[in-house]
Design a protein around this ligand. Sequence first.
Ligand code: FAD
Ligand code: NAD
Length: 153
Amino acid sequence: MEDQLFRTIMGSFATGVTVITTQVDDEIHGMTANAFMSVSLQPKLVAISIGEKAKMLGYINSSKKFAINILAANQKDLSKQFAGQLNSDEVVAFETYQGQPIIKNSLAVISCELFNQLDAGDHTIFIGRVTGLKHEPHEPLLFFGGKYQEIKE
Ligand code: FAD
Ligand code: NAD
């Protein structure tokens, strides 16, 4: 089965865009991800899927915690920055929430402690137990067909 067909079909499932953030010692690391889902209400669990080549894998294995920053429509450049698609020296301003670095002015933030993890082919699924939830009234950034989109009335 062709990789390109798989990507095309997966890309036809419209998603929001998140940046996963974590900190190991003094180093803050961020990574753009759309493989994110809600898993359980009692207890509150969410899941993310991280590729085997991503540096984020080692960071979460060390920190055992992470935050999921759901991006607002005006944060497309941050998505590109944390996907390694921008050659920018701009310093990203992080805030601290529940002891974790988060991205300012995101639509929502979910802070997590690592609950469980599962090897899944060339990715690792990290399940997080939710330790904090933060929300601001912004429009979402969307990803569909390999392109960024916004909600149009
Ligand atoms: P790097 O490639 O080293 O870091 C990513 C970028 O973030 C670099 O440009 C780095 O300079 C910057 N950065 C990191 N920390 C900071 C900081 N503190 N301050 C400023 N800049 C910083 N991959 C997946 O595994 N799972 C997914 O669900 C997923 N979804 C994606 C969705 C979209 C819409 C896109 C565009 C990409 C997605 N990717 C996903 C791919 C993933 O974002 C890239 O492969 C990413 O480069 C992997 O990051 P890394 O952890 O290897 O670190
Ligand atoms: P794309 O057209 O490559 O991706 C479309 C969809 O395919 C994505 O939304 C995702 O659901 C799926 N997909 C893509 N690469 C995947 C991978 N390696 N493993 C599992 N699923 C994958 O989108 P794009 O704009 O060209 O993406 C930019 C870069 O980010 C590419 O290198 C892509 O591989 C990577 N990416 C990775 C994931 C992921 O690992 N889950 C998700 C999205 C994008």
